[in-house]
Design a protein around this ligand. Structure first.
Ligand code: LLP
Length: 385
């Protein structure tokens, strides 16, 4: 099994905190995605990487080289995907609030599809496409009303969420797109949530899609693509035991449960599963503080560098990479320097004795880590190695 080796001697010379990406693991993950998708779906399955998970240029470049397309949610992400070498014909543009400027630039770039989320947005894209004298390809995001059983902040496919169009409104919306002079309906888009590790919701999603596609076909509506979204989860508890998610089972779940006409292509929008395990946030221990009840390790990274624990109470494995002698283990809370009580990376963690100056690796931080960093407390953004 592959596991990340940290080049600790080199790390000692680099100012902390910083993100470290294991590109060998990223390449192995990409190879596995291509082989598993190919095995399950042949050229019917296309993966668009969800750029929001990690837009680091080096990482994006590898992803482009592996032949993946891009799922973007802003003009900034479209520009990043194009600069990384992803062809405009493999870029889709999603998001519940696209601005006029973003829509126009998307039209000019000739992207594959706009994933649309509301009637006013459809009307606006029609207006702008007419003004530009072009046709916009449209995939309608449908809210499938499925509970993905994940964190309430990252579940998106329930009727009460702001995302997508209610299934009951679909006939009206399809008519609107079909009647619009400068719009072409290419498909439907679904996304039920993120960090999904139980595959039952994907199975239910497939069954809902089959039903919908059948109903539409009966009404004479033909589709080219079905986009099932992203959401495949990773093992945050054991990054070394499970560095690459079970892509074979993931793609097979859709291959086995989707019953679509042969010409329809299936698009996937994986973010976290592609990049999470190849990234770690490396931070230096500033102080070991002995409280009455607890020992605190104060590190130089904070919630401004990795916000997931503070925002979602997310668990990230933490390693002491300067001292790996497990015989010396003690229990610590690991906290950052920021003036917020939620600036904590882990509580009651067993680590080999931690001393000032040690380097800690906060694991599985390749997705929604560097991209969500901020300048809070006027701290600089963490660089990447
Ligand atoms: N497609 C759509 C429409 C999405 O909204 C998302 C993620 C994805 C694809 C990619 O999902 P993934 O394969 O990465 O699960 N910041 C949160 C996660 C937010 C996910 C937002 N949407 C976190 O750190 O857990």
């Amino acid at each position: 099994m592959y596991s990340t080796n940290f080049p600790i001697r080199q790390f000692n010379a680099i100012p902390t905190p910083f993100y470290f990406y294991d590109l060998k693991l990223l390449d192995a993950t990409l190879a596995e995605i291509n082989s598993a998708a190919g095995e399950a779906g042949g050229d019917k399955f296309c993966v668009h990487y969800a750029v929001k998970a990690n837009a680091n240029p080096v990482v994006l470049n590898r992803i482009a080289q592996a032949g993946l397309g891009a799922d973007c949610v802003s003009m900034g992400e479209i520009i990043a995907a194009l600069s990384a070498g992803i062809d405009h014909s493999k870029i889709v543009f999603a998001g519940v609030g696209k601005t006029d400027e973003e829509i126009i630039q998307g039209l000019k770039a000739g992207i594959a599809a706009f994933n649309v989320e509301s009637i006013p947005e459809i009307e606006n894209i029609q207006r702008l496409a007419a003004r530009e004298g072009t046709t916009a390809h449209i995939a309608i995001r449908v809210n499938p009303d499925i509970d993905a059983h994940t964190h309430h902040y990252i579940t998106t496919g329930l009727a009460e969420n702001k995302f997508g169009i209610d299934r009951r409104a679909l006939p009206e919306v399809i008519k609107l797109v079909s009647d619009a002079e400068n719009l072409k309906l290419v498909g439907l888009h679904f996304h039920i949530g993120s960090q999904i590790t139980d595959f039952t919701p994907f199975k239910i999603l497939s069954e809902r899609i089959n039903l919908l596609v059948d109903q539409l076909a009966a009404e004479g509506i033909e589709l080219e693509t079905i986009n099932v979204g992203g959401g495949l989860g990773i093992d945050y508890d054991n990054p070394d035991a499970n560095p690459i998610p079970d892509f074979k089972l993931y793609f097979r779940t859709f291959a086995d449960n989707l019953k679509l006409p042969a010409h329809i292509k299936v698009h996937f929008e994986l973010g976290r599963a592609v990049v999470a395990q190849c990234g770690s946030l490396i931070t230096r221990v500033l102080y070991v503080k002995e409280g009455f009840e607890k020992k605190f390790v104060i590190v130089d990274a904070g919630m401004s560098d990795l916000i997931r624990p503070a925002l979602y109470e997310a668990y990230h494995a933490i390693e002491n990479i300067s001292n790996t002698d497990s015989a010396t283990e003690q229990t610590y809370d690991i906290a950052g320097p920021i003036c917020e009580s939620s600036d904590v990376f882990g509580t009651d963690r067993s680590l080999p004795t931690v001393n000032r100056g040690n380097l800690l690796a906060i694991r599985s931080a390749g997705s929604y880590g560097e991209v969500m960093a901020s300048h809070y407390n006027l701290r600089p953004l963490p660089p990447a190695v």
